[in-house]
Design a protein around this ligand. Structure first.
Ligand code: A3P
Ligand code: MG
Length: 277
């Protein structure tokens, strides 16, 4: 793996700039619209942060592809060896609900793999960043700590984190089968993977076909830099080569120690529910 120091510094700087923009809008009585196709709410914060991040990435890395949630992505993916995946505001529902659980995702994929990720949560000023194989860090209000997932392997001892706004029946079934008793809710795929990467949670399930690669690219890189694993509900890693943008088979994020115990159970329930074949 080549050094990605420039990419990491640039993505971190852009994420902080976009974070300031999100907070500016957050402080106003912004209006909310519904996206076409039942894709949830969208605000001027989503579109303005999208424009800021895409323009800054294109300027810094003109040879790279950029796929972003609020952009027209029909031409971008699949044509570049290196491609950025951007979610300018992950957890828009939480932004609208004003509970602070939203984040900016800037991830870089090389070939088929997510390799670098920045997840920035502006409320609380928490920045997760990492490069797969080279480690990651969390910075909160000036203090910096290395990321490392937990080593809890016993399924009944796992701390689950799930969506605040998109809970599913299948998650309840897995929780009952594994005997999980500790769980917390949080908005944003990136914030949830960040909690795993800093060992504040051990397992995260997203049971729907309604997320996209910009939801998981940066979170996956951060999580893997901390020793964690992110796959579809069948236990297969997603590819970031542009052949598919929608995460049709849900998300399973876990520490490495528990993954072999959890994945077969999750996969069985997901198969029975028809979410995967
Ligand atoms: N009905 C639904 N069920 C599950 N996930 C959904 C959904 N609608 C949207 N999502 C996806 O889940 C992401 C994070 O959700 P959560 O915060 O609940 O974990 C959302 O990101 P965006 O907020 O960027 O659209 C969106 O991609
Ligand atoms: Mg999102």
């Amino acid at each position: 793996m080549p050094s990605l120091d420039t990419e990491l510094d640039t993505a971190r700087r852009i994420a902080r700039e976009a974070g300031a923009l999100l907070l500016e809008v957050y402080a106003t009585p912004f209006s909310v619209e519904d996206k076409a196709g039942g894709q949830g709410p969208v605000t001027e914060a989503d579109t303005r942060a999208n424009a800021l991040i895409v323009e800054a990435l294109r300027r810094a890395f003109p040879g790279d592809g950029v796929v972003a949630e609020e952009s027209d992505n029909s031409a971008a993916a699949g044509r570049f060896e290196r491609c950025w995946f951007v979610d300018p505001l992950d957890g828009t529902q939480e932004f609208v609900n004003r509970n602070g659980e939203f984040a900016i995702h800037i991830g870089l994929a090389i070939g088929t793999e997510a390799v670098l990720g920045v997840v920035y949560r502006p409320v609380g000023d928490t920045l997760y960043s990492g490069v797969v194989g080279q480690g990651g860090f969390v910075e909160k209000a000036g203090a910096r700590r290395a990321l490392r997932v937990s080593d809890v392997a016993e399924p009944a001892s796992l701390r689950l984190v799930v969506s605040r706004s998109h809970r599913s029946k299948l998650t309840n079934q897995v929780v009952a089968r594994l005997g999980i008793t500790r769980e917390q809710e949080s908005g944003s795929v990136g914030v949830k993977c960040g909690l795993l990467a800093e060992s504040q949670a051990d397992l995260y399930l997203h049971v729907s076909d309604k997320s996209y690669r910009w939801d998981n690219c940066a979170p996956e890189a951060v999580l893997r830099s901390a020793g964690g694993i992110l796959t579809d509900l069948g236990g297969t890693p997603y590819r970031y080569d542009g052949s598919e943008l929608q995460n049709l088979r849900g998300l399973l994020a876990c520490n490495a120690a528990a993954f072999p115990h959890v994945q077969p159970v999750v996969t069985r329930f997901a198969r029975e529910a028809g979410l995967i074949t």
